[in-house]
Write a protein of this length. Structure first.
Length: 127
């Protein structure tokens, strides 16, 4: 499930080689705002990288069973939905669709995200 509006213009961005992603670890992607990519339980996920409780990278946290735990204050988020699962976080994270093409992980990000360090593949979504 994605928390981004369905009418928002988006584009697919190549972020890394699929083979470079280690199971149950996060990789921070240098977009603005930053996002992070995970593989857990055989699925790929992309979420906004900053904990909604306090400004801290979730890619530095622990991942298990499609849940990431912030290393700073132990807030937990569901990688599938972005839902905050326990205090101290209450606000959900934004999630983004993922796919693999030609051995590279691509994420669908809003056009409003600065992806200067990544490779835009194609524009999709509403015009």
């Amino acid at each position: 499930m994605t928390t981004q509006p369905t009418d928002e213009k988006t584009h697919w961005v190549a972020v890394m080689a699929e083979d470079d992603l280690v199971d149950d670890e996060g990789v921070r992607i240098a977009t603005t705002p930053a996002v992070s990519v995970y593989r857990s339980d055989g699925e790929l996920f992309c979420i906004d990288d900053t904990c909604t409780h306090e400004t801290y990278s979730l890619a530095e946290g622990w991942v298990e069973n499609c849940v990431v735990e912030c290393a700073l204050h132990m807030a937990k988020f569901d990688l599938r939905t972005g839902a905050a699962l326990c205090t101290p976080a209450f606000v959900p994270l934004r999630t983004h669709r993922t796919r693999v093409r030609d051995g590279h992980i691509e994420v669908e990000l809003p056009i409003s995200y600065d992806t200067a360090l990544s490779t835009s593949i194609s524009d999709v979504g509403a015009s």
